[in-house]
Design a protein around this ligand. Structure first.
Ligand code: S6P
Ligand code: ZN
Length: 191
């Protein structure tokens, strides 16, 4: 991998970076067990393994001192009354942070620490979010029709721990009910 400086562009609209070394697509089947309404989840999955979100990664060596970046695109939609969202993760090296810059759409970043502290930040174009070390993070798209698009940057040595969230879930969920968009406690969260 070259150590020359490089640049790329993120076109508005579209948001697909002019340089992308990897394109990840995550579907409904990748979030097994995460949505609250498992009946709605299974019904939806039996019809189609819907694309929930995509990530374009700018690859760099996964070592301390490097920065990894890319674009995350969460599509609009719901499973039951819960909005489409990313799997979410802690960083394997817990003491690593991340920055997000929202480019398009509306949504939330749901965050929590291993000790059980929670924090939910609304995302809309122009919002910059600093996710400190130790905070698990999950993006949720609440737009009706638009994608939630964010640009992210994090340390090269962070790594991803998906297992903890797959097993326990997040403490908070973003749903829509009669009152509108609401943040609720996850009744299925496992301590
Ligand atoms: C990586 C960073 C993002 C997410 C992306 C998809 O540390 O937080 O690139 O990977 O938003 O989410 P997830 O939970 O499937 O990795
Ligand atoms: Zn991350």
């Amino acid at each position: 991998m070259s150590d020359q400086p490089f640049s790329f562009t993120i076109p508005f609209p579209g948001f697909k970076p002019s340089r992308a070394d990897n394109h990840i697509e995550r579907h409904l089947s990748d979030l097994r067990g995460q949505f609250l309404d498992q009946h709605a989840y299974k019904t939806m999955l039996s019809e189609e393994d819907t694309l929930l979100y995509e990530v374009y990664e700018i690859k760099r060596p996964e070592i301390e001192g490097e920065l990894l970046s890319g674009i995350s695109i969460v599509h609009p939609g719901k499973v039951g009354n819960e909005f489409f969202m990313t799997k979410g993760h802690f960083h394997t090296i817990l003491e690593t942070a991340e920055m997000y810059y929202c480019l398009n759409g509306e949504g939330f970043m749901v965050m929590e620490t291993p000790e059980g502290e929670t924090f939910i930040e609304a995302l809309s174009p122009g919002k910059v979010l600093y996710v400190p070390p130790r905070w698990a993070h999950r993006s949720v798209c609440t737009s009706r029709q638009e994608d939630l698009v964010t640009f992210f940057i994090y340390p090269g040595n962070s790594g991803h721990n998906y297992g903890t969230i797959e097993e326990k879930g997040f403490r908070k969920l973003v749903v829509e009910n009669e009152k509108g968009i609401e943040i609720i406690d996850n009744p299925k969260f496992k301590e």
